[in-house]
Design a protein around this ligand. Structure first.
Ligand code: IMP
Length: 422
């Protein structure tokens, strides 16, 4: 059976935890897009891990980094070292596609320069070189793992890239990069990862033929999708489930479960540039941020806090076709004076939908809210839905009714076990 976990907001929905839970029944967990801009937190018996590139399922299943992932090799190698230290075996359990594009040192520099140049309209990227590596990929200037394993080709491609990039880097006031140094570093990285490299297309399609359980791990969230998110405050890849075709060579017709993960409120990491219609500012926002430890897993930046937005979730459902919902961090809403749920938007007095407006108009919409009472009970030990406080059930059931999908997973705490499964 083939399933996928996707984020239904702006990332940081708690996908890592749900993947960690579901991967117990998976043979393979697969990353198929994005890079180390993602940060999936996993807390289990091996410890606490912030996974950026290796699928969060590595603790229970084999892990595949498919061709759609852009790879930052120092980050990957660090993650491999940390996992080995924690006692996780990687030999014959970690597979990396030879088609993955490499994030090169110039991508990180260009990411910073290009984003800063946009001033107050910047995307506030994670600075990991994600936009520039994708630009090189689609303009046929990328360097892939397969090139890394072929020394003359790698050197030729690196030489061409540096000739062009160094001119730009120098013109924009940064220090030029040294061919020899990068060549040496990357040749060492190549030796370390060589045993894990394979054609993951064949691996995954053979696994499908053998009826294995495959779990795709989406990174980021739908509203960071390059086409359908809040452009230009988005990331560079496609976040849709159908992208498993491009990003892993797996036909989306095999997908049985599309599990959307949404936090019981919403968050967005940037410096305030992206429109977030339901943002909670002031004391209450700060309170939820501290209580929920809402700081970016990748950059450590404080996340902006917002009320749950059904308008966005309905769009996410239409475009992804998700048939299961996981609601995470419901315990963070305990003891709030009131809980608000956004059911739609108005612009200039008229009801409008997310898809009707661009990011600039989205700044001007007024959310339509319903209000709910909170509860005071500690939820962290609850494992059965019927034991949740009445008000928590009321809130969840209203979301389910408006979105039209049942919340199969409700997360009431950080650990793998702290989940209600219905
Ligand atoms: P980039 O992906 O580093 O280019 O960043 C583009 C935008 O997406 C920035 O606003 C980031 O904060 C945001 N972003 C990228 N990946 C994630 C993620 O995994 N979680 C939350 N925000 C992300």
């Amino acid at each position: 059976m083939v399933s996928i976990v996707i984020g239904a907001q702006w990332g940081d929905e708690g996908k890592g935890k749900i993947v960690d839970l579901l991967s117990k029944k998976s043979d393979y967990t697969v990353r198929f897009h994005g890079g180390n801009n993602a940060g999936h937190t996993v807390i289990n018996k091996y410890g606490t891990f912030k996974m950026h590139l290796i699928p969060s399922g590595i603790f229970s299943s084999r892990a595949v980094i498919a061709n759609g992932v852009v790879l930052d090799l120092p980050t990957l190698i660090q993650e491999m070292t940390d996992l080995k230290k924690a006692g996780i075996k990687l030999k014959k359990r970690l597979f990396i596609s030879q088609r993955c594009h490499l994030i090169m040192p110039y991508h990180r520099i260009l990411d910073k320069i290009l984003d800063e140049a946009k001033g107050s309209r910047k995307t506030a990227t994670t600075g990991r070189g994600i936009g520039p590596v994708h630009s090189d990929k689609v303009s046929y200037n990328g360097i892939r793992i397969t090139d890394l394993l072929n020394k003359p080709i790698f050197e030729e491609k690196l030489g061409v890239a540096l000739t062009v990039k160094n001119k730009v880097i120098k013109a924009l006031g940064e220090k030029e990069l040294d061919f020899k140094e990068i060549n040496k570093q990357f040749s060492e990285y190549g030796e370390i990862i060589k045993p894990y490299i394979t054609e993951t297309y064949t691996l995954l399609n053979n696994a499908i033929k053998q009826n294995k359980n495959i779990l795709f791990e989406g990174a980021h969230g739908i509203f960071l999708d390059n086409d359908w998110g809040t452009y230009p405050f988005v990331s560079a890849s496609s976040i849709l489930p159908s992208n498993i075709a491009q990003g892993a060579g797996v036909n989306p017709k095999y997908l049985k479960n599309i599990i959307a993960v949404a936090k019981a409120y919403a968050t967005r990491v940037d410096n305030g540039e992206c429109p977030v219609p339901t943002e909670i500012t002031g004391e209450l926002g700060n309170f939820i941020r501290e209580k929920g430890h809402e700081y970016g897993a990748t950059t450590g930046r404080p996340r902006r806090i917002a009320w749950f937005d059904v308008e966005l979730l309905k769009f996410a459902k239409e475009i992804t076709g998700f048939n299961q919902l996981a609601v995470t961090k419901i315990d963070m809403l305990t003891n709030l004076p009131k809980i608000k749920l956004c059911t739609g938007y108005r612009l200039n007095g008229k009801k409008i939908n997310y898809i009707d407006v661009d990011a600039e108009a989205l700044r001007k919409v007024t959310p339509i809210y319903e209000e709910f009472d909170s509860w005071s009970q500690d939820l962290s030990k609850i494992r059965k839905y019927q034991n949740l406080p009445r008000n928590a059930k009321k809130y969840i059931e209203r979301i389910e009714k408006l979105v039209g999908v049942k919340a199969k997973y409700i997360s009431v705490g950080a650990e793998r076990e702290a989940t209600i499964i219905r």
